[in-house]
Write a protein that binds this ligand. Structure first.
Ligand code: SF4
Ligand code: SF4
Length: 422
């Protein structure tokens, strides 16, 4: 089966899909492939993007043909270990393309975060093969926009919603643990696979290994000169939600071996005196590359992301246990260490930002919110205050997935870099 046969089998709108994909090779070449000093290990990730709607979708389709299931998720709180334990696939589907925003706006208010509109648009337009190959969407009650969007999305694809508490008190932890257990039962019912100590331990191990590989990569960025561009790491983080977890972890580790060598030899992706930037805020799902591209185009290097397409996804791993009950408890515990702005209060996030800025020797923090994102937009107040207190240069930016404001954003980033350089 070639790609077009596959897309037809998945009931995709081929004409629209061609239109959507047409500019991507040119954009990808200029942003990624044409850049100097890229590690060779990026070759694998470039290939994955080069055939982003091909190889991996064929694998998922084959899994379904063999009786397996595909679950799509939209938040780092959804426990993919449980899905993977049953031999099913877990795919992170948050979308970051302006192309599908107008379609999303047909059923959602215009003044809603572009991530939600873009995601909805991909389903309505039938141009995302990952959506089309999915049996279920797993939503969560994080922000209000997502929570209500699931009700609409459920009209187009079966949508299961996990209730995430908004605080982290003892009773909230119990509620979340209960929610994780119910989710485990749901996955068992849907996949007709019973969770056992063996398969769940394997699921935990697989996802832990993926997170450990990403931690290793993140840690290498603390070196001066930075051995890899932030834009390349963002791409890897974005692909971590799509790719086969075992193969992905092996490729990230192979890249890290190469970066270890670069560090030893003092080879950097950017000059040693390039300003080092930590990005915090809302996630930047595939293919939202604008912010990192602009920062690095201005001559800086992004050395870390306190976001869900960064540190929040991989900073903690699930502790091992020897029976299913304790494993589910540990699976529930891990994401509650993630400090998303959907929680109140969220003091841990400010501590995370400061810790990362110090560890990565960041010269400045850029706090980025997607337009109309209330949790991160409002929380910026405290991020700014904390940066002021710690005397860390700070810039707050708000944008969407369009290209219209690139000039404006670049001017503000350049002003920040000038300030750092003096
Ligand atoms: S920002 Fe919050 S709601 Fe969004 S993916 Fe991350 S944890 Fe989930
Ligand atoms: S970016 Fe903000 S508004 Fe958008 S889905 Fe995430 S938390 Fe919700």
């Amino acid at each position: 089966m070639d790609n077009r046969e596959l897309w037809t089998a998945l009931d995709m709108d081929l004409e629209k899909h061609d239109d959507f994909l047409a500019p991507i090779p040119t954009v990808f070449t200029s942003l990624f492939l044409d850049r100097p000093n890229r590690p060779k290990g990026m070759g694998y990730f470039d290939t994955v993007v080069g055939d982003v709607h091909g190889i991996r979708v064929h694998e998922l389709y084959a899994k379904k043909q063999a009786g397996g299931k595909v679950f799509s998720t939209f938040c780092v709180y959804v426990p993919e270990e449980i899905i993977v334990a049953t031999g099913s696939a877990s795919i992170g589907l948050c979308a970051g393309a302006q192309y599908t925003v107008p379609s999303g706006e047909k059923v959602l208010p215009r003044n809603l975060c572009p991530l939600i509109k873009s995601t909805m648009g991909f389903k309505l337009d039938r141009i995302c093969p990952y959506f089309q190959v999915s049996d279920w969407v797993i939503g969560e009650t994080t922000c209000d926009g997502k929570k209500k969007a699931w009700e609409i999305l459920n009209k187009y694809i079966p949508t299961y919603v996990m209730e995430l508490p908004q605080k982290k008190e003892t009773k909230d932890v119990s509620l979340w643990e209960e929610e994780v257990r119910e989710f485990a039962s749901f996955i068992e019912r849907e996949t007709k696979v019973k969770l056992t100590a063996e398969n769940l331990a394997q699921g935990i191990e697989t996802i832990n290994n993926k997170r450990l590989a990403l931690q290793r990569l993140a840690d290498l960025r603390k070196h001066t000169p930075a051995p890899i561009h932030g834009l390349d790491v963002l791409l890897i983080n974005q692909l971590s939600f799509f790719d086969d977890p075992v193969r992905f972890a092996a490729q990230v580790n192979a890249l890290c071996d190469e970066l270890d060598q670069r560090v030893k030899e003092g080879i950097g992706a950017a000059p040693a005196d390039a300003p080092r930037i930590l990005v915090t805020g809302t996630p930047q799902p595939l293919p939202a590359w604008k912010l990192h591209a602009l920062i690095e185009q201005a001559g800086a290097v992004v050395v870390g992301e306190e976001t869900c397409t960064g540190e929040r996804y991989y900073k903690d791993i699930t502790e091992r246990a020897d029976n299913v009950g304790d494993m589910l408890t540990n699976i529930a515990k891990r994401p509650l260490k993630v400090n998303c702005a959907c929680f109140t209060p969220n003091q841990g996030r400010f501590e995370d930002i400061v810790h990362m800025a110090e560890n990565l020797k960041a010269d400045a923090v850029i706090d980025f919110s997607l337009q109309f994102c209330q949790p991160y937009g409002v929380e910026s107040y405290f991020v700014g205050k904390e940066m002021e207190k710690k005397h860390i240069p700070y810039l707050r930016l708000e944008s969407d997935f369009s290209e219209e404001d690139q000039g404006q954003l670049l001017t503000r980033i350049e002003a920040l870099l000038e300030m750092i350089r003096v």
